[in-house]
Design a protein. Sequence first.
Length: 401
Amino acid sequence: MKILVLTDAFLPDHTGGISKSLLPEVEAFVSLGNKVTVITRSSKPDQPKYEVRKNYELYRYFSPHKKSFFYKTYPIFSLLELPYLISSLHRQKQFDVAYVHNPFQANALRKVLPKLPCLYVYHASTYSEIKIDNLKGKYGIFKPIVSIVNKWIKSLEGKVLNNADQIIVRSQFMMEDMNNLYENINSEKIAVLPLCVDTERFCCVDNNIEARQRLGLPEDKYILLTVRRLVARMGIENLISAMPSVIEKFPNILLLIGGTGYLEENLWQMIQQYKLEKNVKLLGFLPEEKLPTYYQAANLFVLPTLAYEGFGLVTIESLACGTPVLATPVGASPELLKPLGKDLLFKDSTPKAISEGIILCLTEGLNQYTRTKCSNYCLDNYSKIQIGRLLESILTKLITY
């Protein structure tokens, strides 16, 4: 098959969930003998427009870079710039099918290739994510304007879903979310298919001492890790608020918080307010090449999400490294973690429930069996070749339908 992949971001340009999860899928497509062309938008001024990667091609179209005043207008460039590139490449390559991850790009595709079979991935609602961030103050004085624009985005997203030949959601939770927002979508064209993880990179180790030595972390402490965008729905404030109770029981504990976002200054103020400087560290952005080592070094990964956890790529990355995940019972987390044990879910998302869950887990103790069980769970359910084969099967059916 000649597969056209459209994505808003792609590694290493961006290290967020969608771009990270897509790379192993593309690699799986290639390993299965498909010809793959990836199109994404530029995010830096010096990026090449064309690259040859490991047996697939990557194209970038112009979009304002992150430091530009016009950065937040990038959807307009997807709607205006992308159709010409798609049309030009299709004349050369004659794509069989499109695998699309963004509503603005899906709209651009339909403008020029309305008959090309399209598999659209509903990772989460763009409309809902903007609404949550807008309510929490991300857009500042532009809040009223964003509210108006977001109504148009909801309409566009609904049209994209109705026009897609097939839709993938990454969890049952996202299936319900989509159906609640958009009621008239044909249920027969929706499939639930999880994300995958590169289990060769994210792998279990016999013990975490070597990983800690490589990162310069203490060998004699309990280490909790969370890696999140520092934005409202991630619940990092509640995790920090839970830490005084945890420290009272386990003084020799260290919480590492990886990630950046508009709440970073607020979180640092909370750490100072609770006098947690010795036990809680804001690490900032974690380079992708170091991320597996951080997972391997930790005793526990904590996912304190408040809202809208569509899947949780960090969950399966951590589990693949053998590190158990404790999560709030929000979004798709129960679907991922219940097969491993109900005790991996907090009672709710409050600081009290988070502290009680961490204390209980550390009191009962963790062993190598637990780490091996977590790793094997990912090998059995979320490896890139397994998910790649399932995706290839769906794309093949679209072509032959």
